[in-house]
Design a protein around this ligand. Structure first.
Ligand code: ASN
Length: 330
């Protein structure tokens, strides 16, 4: 019998309807009562690190989650974290960098409808998550949702209401679960022991380009943060007319040691800045990094992890381009 630790954080799966809308209220032990059949294959202990709508998720809670899993690691065979869907992809990315090469599965799940509603995806998602966390083939960090197992570094919320809330970006599903049967397509590489990195640097920001966007705003953001991700268009570039001022702002702050990563707002296939002149100059004359096939969620969390370990831009660059949990393969 597998021993699984269920860690509650809140979200719709733990929510009840109040006069002001849905609010997380249920403890993990209450949620567990809805899926008695899992006792056939696992024994579950429960705890909560918080009980929040995941809109309130923070890097401090990621540290707490990492420490909780680290402190309980030896006592359990796997972990199920219940979480709101809104920032679940960020937490899946964060845990992929903060807990690396885990031989034991760390599964994150949640739902689009509360567990006590007549029509809800909660019970299936939870049951599937415990099934996956109890599998000998599972390892590392992943989201289990709507019958799909998505690598933590590749998940993105792509539907705000329907049960198929998550997609796997630029990477296949690693497994599917159909009628309680697990079909494992890809096994994650794991080490004998995981590495835990509970300390991260949260001073990472995101600047989304829109026609008319002002370099002044980017300048302000770079004055406040240690790293900025620019979510650009297409395969990547920056408005290049000198009067726009973007090139000068980027040059000024990279010279001062700030990290700038270019990524794309296009959901699939990633960046390739060298294709167009608007990106090429930036890539080759200024030391701007590039996200390639990584998700924006992973870029945010990878920078927090890398900046938590190093401050020298060359060392951050080396960590950034290192493939971790299959996050960058381009
Ligand atoms: N489906 C959900 O869980 C959404 C909720 N607002 C949350 O992220 O906590």
């Amino acid at each position: 019998m597998k021993r699984i630790l269920m860690i509650g954080t809140g979200g719709t799966i733990a929510s009840a309807l109040t006069a002001d809308g849905l609010e997380p209220q249920m403890a993990s032990s209450d949620i567990l009562h809805y899926i008695p059949n899992i006792s056939k294959f696992c024994e579950v202990s429960t705890l909560e690190v918080c009980n929040i709508d995941s809109t309130n998720m923070s890097p401090d809670i990621w540290t707490l989650l990492t420490e909780t899993i680290r402190d309980n690691y030896d006592q359990y065979d796997g972990f199920v974290v219940t979480h709101g869907t809104d920032t679940m992809a960020y937490t899946a990315s964060a845990l992929s960098y903060m807990i690396q090469n885990s031989p034991k599965p760390i599964v994150i799940t949640g739902s689009q409808k509360p567990i006590n509603m007549e029509i809800s995806d909660s019970k299936t998602n939870l049951y599937d998550s415990f099934l996956y966390a109890s599998s000998d083939k599972a390892s590392g960090v992943q989201i289990v949702f709507n019958g799909k197992v998505i690598l933590g570094t590749r998940a993105r919320k792509t539907h705000s209401k329907s049960f198929k809330a998550f997609s796997s970006i630029n990477y296949p599903y690693i497994a599917i679960i159909q009628d309680n049967h697990l079909i494992q397509y890809i096994q994650q590489p794991a080490a004998a022991q995981p590495e835990f990195y509970p300390t991260i640097n949260p001073k990472v920001g995101l600047f989304k380009l829109t026609p008319g966007a002002e370099a002044e705003i980017l300048d302000f953001m770079l004055s406040k943060k240690d790293a900025i991700i620019i979510e650009s268009y297409g395969v990547g570039g920056i408005p290049s007319f000198p009067e726009y001022g973007f090139y000068d702002v980027i040059k000024k702050w990279t010279k001062r040691g700030k990290i700038i990563v270019m990524t794309t707002q296009v959901p699939n296939e990633g960046s390739d800045m060298e294709i167009y002149k608007v990106g090429n100059k930036l890539k080759n004359k200024v030391s701007v990094l590039e996200a390639y096939d990584m998700t924006t969620e992973s870029v945010v969390c990878k920078l927090m992890w890398a900046l938590g370990r190093e401050s020298d831009p060359d060392k951050v660059k080396t960590l950034f381009y290192q493939t971790i949990a299959n996050d960058i393969l381009f």
